[in-house]
Design a binder for this molecule. Structure first.
Ligand code: ATP
Ligand code: MG
Length: 336
């Protein structure tokens, strides 16, 4: 039986966070047994906000090595760098011409990030922030992905991708598989440690607000200890009234693979210090072996070879798809 296709990515806009690991990478690793996975490092998405070139290169290299250190297997999944496959930009442009200013203006990520860009004092909003979702739609549609596992923050972009796929199929003839969004079963969203009403984001300006997968044990300890809670000192899952405590509870249960009920039994009569100690312990348990493997891989030639192997496979698939699109749209001089 052929496996169903799935696609996922991480933007190389900063160091990989615990949010990215729990919302995306950990799930990808599990999915690769069951699905045909296509996974890439979204460097073209990263430049929708200003990037320092050396930092960008370092982030790409780090995310690549971390994918493999977390358990992505180059022999099971197609793992590559987005800009190595030119068809992403090509289809992204085509989809720009088929989407509307109205629908792109409604994207909440655009609203948030453009506001941040304006507030940063640079005085401009990159156009790429606005057309980010059409490039993301291209990423997905090139590979006939049936499922796209993302955090809830990306759900709206996958819905737009579905609309664009249906629109293109209706306008020009069947060319795209309409993907389904696969948000985490419990809609997991890891929150910012300093402002738990915001999601944890790798592009955050406050280092204390995010756990990075490459943080030292000392940093992890101090960030969790300093995480914002409330003055009640009562461990309770209540996202509306106790977002900080709820976030710590979710980090613990997800990393430990236990249910909320099990965890609550453990914390009966306990206080926030106990909760934080538990979170620190499980974080170190999970992160330390990943960091050890990461150090072995970071400067090895293997990572480069695996990415090249992945790009070669991805190019073959993407090229076939772009030819089909060009044929159906009448873009080429002669049908190919
Ligand atoms: P940026 O701030 O640059 O947007 P990010 O941390 O949001 O970075 P992305 O590269 O945009 O990371 O997202 C990669 C994947 O991680 C996506 O599937 C996204 O849904 C998921 N993800 C990102 N942040 C979280 C979070 N806080 N909780 C759960 N999943 C998350
Ligand atoms: Mg994001």
């Amino acid at each position: 039986m052929t496996k169903k296709k799935m696609l996922s990515a991480i933007t190389s806009s900063g160091a990989m966070t615990l949010g990215n690991y729990l919302g995306a990478v950990k799930r990808m690793v599990n999915f690769q047994e069951q699905y045909e996975m296509h996974v890439f490092i979204a460097n073209l998405h990263a430049i929708t906000v200003p990037q320092d070139k050396e930092v960008l290169r370092k982030n790409i290299k780090e995310i690549a090595a971390l994918y493999f250190a977390c358990g992505m297997d180059p022999n099971k999944s197609v793992i590559f760098l987005q800009s190595d496959v030119l068809e992403h930009a090509q289809l992204g442009w085509i989809l720009n011409t088929q989407s509307t200013i109205g629908e792109l203006s409604r994207m909440t990520q655009y609203k948030d990030k453009s506001q941040k860009a304006e507030e940063s004092g640079k005085g401009y909003i990159p156009a790429g922030l606005f057309t980010y979702p059409t490039l993301m739609a291209a990423d997905i549609l090139l590979y006939d992905a049936e499922f796209v596992p993302v955090g809830v923050d990306q759900k709206q972009h996958v819905e737009l991708t579905r609309d664009l796929a249906m629109r293109m199929n209706n306008r020009y003839g069947e060319m795209f598989v309409v993907p389904e969004c696969l948000v985490t079963e419990n809609k997991l969203k890891i929150m910012d440690l300093q402002d738990p009403t915001k999601k944890m984001s790798k592009s955050s300006d406050n280092p204390k607000a995010i756990i990075k997968m490459l943080d030292s044990p000392a940093d992890i300890r101090s960030k969790i200890k300093a995480a914002v809670t409330d003055s009640e000192n009562l461990i309770k899952h209540d996202p509306i009234n106790k977002p900080g405590v709820t976030n710590l509870i979710e980090i613990y249960t997800t990393l430990k693979n236990v249910s909320l009920q099990e965890a609550m039994v453990r914390w009966k009569g306990k206080n926030y210090k106990d909760l934080k100690d538990d979170v620190i312990e499980v974080l170190l348990e999970v992160i330390e072996p990943i960091q050890t493997r990461y150090k072995e891989l970071y400067n090895s030639l293997e990572v480069e070879q695996w990415l090249e192997q992945g790009a070669a496979k991805a190019r073959m698939i993407a090229n076939k798809k772009i030819n089909k699109v060009q044929n159906l749209m009448g873009l080429n001089y002669k049908r190919r």
